[in-house]
Write a protein that binds this ligand. Structure first.
Ligand SMILES: Cc1cc2nc3c(=O)[nH]c(=O)nc-3n(C[C@H](O)[C@H](O)[C@H](O)COP(=O)(O)OP(=O)(O)OC[C@H]3O[C@@H](n4cnc5c(N)ncnc54)[C@H](O)[C@@H]3O)c2cc1C
Length: 379
């Protein structure tokens, strides 16, 4: 009899897991994928929406297009999880799983930064990217502050990509001289994967005239006075505030006992949680060693989970351990994309190779998106 795999969340990790299981184990499993939304969109597509290069409609990939043998998609919101019974409650009904995989990503806690919802902008949601696009079209100059409001956050380069692309936008619209740009973040340095990788972003901020304020955390905004307050007690004036919101695990995970201290702890070799036959992968999980929240790592974790489930069912040897490896592309503006090949778990320390921004990597990044689209949605 086929085993039932229930995947909670059809994002980067959930989609790759469904595709993998369909390709490698469709004789042994049937898969139900649940998501509260009716469409997927790549995180990086939000940058295009922010700049008005693509509409929100353009970047939507509807789940009804998923065409994988043995995979059923259902648009339902998960409201409760019993990880012992492997039973999931949704707004519509309930699902019982032989194998349960939590791939629900990270949500945002906008209210964690008082004043942010009223007085700030963000491009980490599609709706936020649309609002920022509209605000940019009215913006004629002043102080622009791009601030990381908490850690951990998705995609370590994304706050800096935002700054580079805003710089490009202000240059193209002829107002760059009338704009003062600064970025604050709680880390010691931008994208602190390795010193070399960080330097690539540091240099790019400097050459674009973007003031870098490391180890500074904005804790609240005063929208009326247009002032950001820092943890240090200092204040910074702004005319346009763009924040990377505080992240948190989706609602039902803490109440279910899966999330502990914010995120779902896993054995990083195989992404198993402490509950038998319950896995967690991607942005929602954490392990003893740091692996950043990014689609590429969710995707490579999904491959390990697919292989581990197949091995459990067949009684074969477990697959090689998760390496936390992948390729990250980062937009530097002007059609240039940088590339970092990185491995977080294989050796004693992080190994990363950086490649300077180029148009060739921009083409590679397009190809990266196109192959996932074709693989998951058949288009
Ligand atoms: C601006 C920006 C740029 C980025 N650029 C890159 C990049 O270039 N490369 C890269 O690798 N990563 C990038 N990322 C990060 C990437 O988008 C995420 O890290 C990745 O999507 C995580 O995959 P995941 O499967 O863990 O979660 P997600 O892809 O977020 O999927 C989680 C899914 O779970 C669903 N869900 C959550 N709660 C519930 C619920 N209660 N019921 C039902 N469904 C639920 C959500 O709707 C969602 O579809 C970027 C992110 C942003 C914001």
């Amino acid at each position: 009899m086929k085993r039932h795999v229930v995947i909670l969340g059809a994002g980067f990790g959930g989609l790759e897991l469904a595709a993998r299981l369909s390709e490698t184990a469709s004789d042994a499993v049937h898969v139900t994928v649940l998501d509260r939304n009716d469409a997927f969109f790549f995180g990086f597509a939000k940058l295009d929406v922010m700049l008005g290069r693509q509409s929100a409609q353009d970047v939507r990939l509807p789940y009804r297009d998923i065409a994988k043998d043995g995979v059923e998609f259902r648009q339902e919101t998960v409201v409760g999880i019993d990880p012992v019974a492997r039973r999931v409650k949704t707004d519509i009904g309930a699902h019982d799983a032989d194998f349960l995989v939590v791939a629900m990503g990270a949500d945002y806690d906008m209210a964690a930064t008082p004043g942010f919802e009223e007085g700030g902008h963000e491009y980490y949601t599609l709706a936020g990217a649309e609002r920022l696009r509209d605000a940019l079209s009215d913006f004629t100059g002043g102080r622009v502050l791009v601030s990381v409001l908490g850690q951990p956050f998705k995609c370590p380069p994304a706050p800096f990509e935002g700054s580079f692309l805003l710089h490009e936008h202000f240059t193209e619209t002829g107002i760059r001289d009338a704009v003062h740009m600064a970025t604050t973040f709680p880390m010691q340095r931008p994208v602190p994967v390795t010193g070399e990788v960080s330097q690539m972003f540091r240099d790019a901020l400097a050459t674009r005239g973007i003031e870098e304020r490391s180890q500074q955390l904005v804790t609240s905004l005063d929208p009326a006075a247009r002032v950001a307050r820092l943890a240090s007690g200092e204040t910074l004036a702004y005319d346009l505030f763009v924040g990377i919101p505080v992240h948190r695990a989706p609602e039902p995970l803490a109440a279910s006992g899966l999330a502990v201290d914010g995120w779902v702890p896993v054995d990083q070799t195989n992404l198993r949680t402490r509950f038998p036959h319950v896995y967690a992968l991607g942005d929602v999980c954490k392990g003893p060693r740091m692996v950043p929240k990014a689609g590429i790592f969710a995707e490579s974790a999904a491959r390990v989970v697919a292989a581990d489930i197949a091995a459990e069912i067949s009684g074969a040897d477990p697959p090689p351990p998760y390496e936390g490896s992948g390729i990250c592309y980062a937009e530097f503006g002007g059609g240039l994309v940088g590339k970092v090949e990185v491995n977080f778990l294989l050796g004693e320390s992080v190994a990363a190779e950086r490649h300077e921004p180029s148009r060739a990597f921009a083409a590679e990044k397009d190809e990266f998106g196109a192959t996932r689209r074709a693989r998951w949605f058949g288009s």
